[in-house]
Design a protein around this ligand. Sequence first.
Ligand code: HEC
Length: 284
Amino acid sequence: MVRIIGILIGLFFSGWLLISAGMGAVEYISNPPAKTAEQLFLEEPKEVSYTSDGPLGKFDRQQLQRGFQVYKEVCSACHSLRLVAFRNLEEIGYNEDEVKAIAANWSIGVPDADPNTGEMTTRPGLPADKFPLPFANDIAARAANNNAIPPDLSLMTKAREGGAPYVYSLLTGYTDPPANLPDANKPGPGLHYNPYFATLNLAMAPPLAVADQVSYSDGTKASIDQMSKDVSAFLIWTAEPKLEARHQAGWAVLAFLLIATILAYLSYRTIWADVKAEKKKKIS
Ligand code: HEC
């Protein structure tokens, strides 16, 4: 008797659950939840190709130098590159003297203690120094940037889904908000509409706003598009300076595996050669 009552109660509850699940599903299908403005207006990063793409990709050092110039003259006013040292620039084609000069002439000094008084001062940069931070701390960074902290760019192309094309799209993607954008999603004071940014509005004013904002020494025309491509390519390098070595190691490993497979197959043939020959003899 107790068992039957137990079964009945179980059936009752499972029936209840089934019915409510079914009703929920019907409700969801007949009356789907409204899409958020982000879902409607957010755009996928644009298609853009870099010489470092693909398994054979290599950096275009000329482009990386142009990208560095854009970082130095524009982005470094707000964004740090805390994982990169001046001497790393030798990897993108600057020689030792050029690196020394870049470090010594950097617009922000490196924090240091005065050897006599112990008070904090700054000194000119040295090749071994990391790029100095543009703001003393997060509070100063927020105060200067409409309450948003400009993130460090060292690993940006790895940190964001979309990588370098995302950075490129963000830089070239500023537009006027579309007319049908809900009021709640219109850019507030100090914010700028950009359909590539997750919340559609960001606190960074378009940093590359006019052509020829930097003047390239290699004669490349500094259109907004070109500068954005170059600086995003430079950020691929800062995030993965050993990309070329990784690509090469990949091919070396594949070649090794291929040779090892052939050798293994040949030795298999040699080792079993006698056994096979005997087997054949027995059968015939
Ligand atoms: C005047 C200061 C300023 C300058 C100059 C500037 N940025 Fe920014 N940047 C910001 C601020 C502030 C944010 C944070 C925005 C936010 O979270 O709303 C930001 C955010 C970003 C982001 C992150 C977006 C994300 O997904 O979180 C990237 C990438 C970026 N900037 C790249 C650049 C590049 C490249 C340059 C140089 C061409 C540059 N910025 C120049 C202030 C600046």
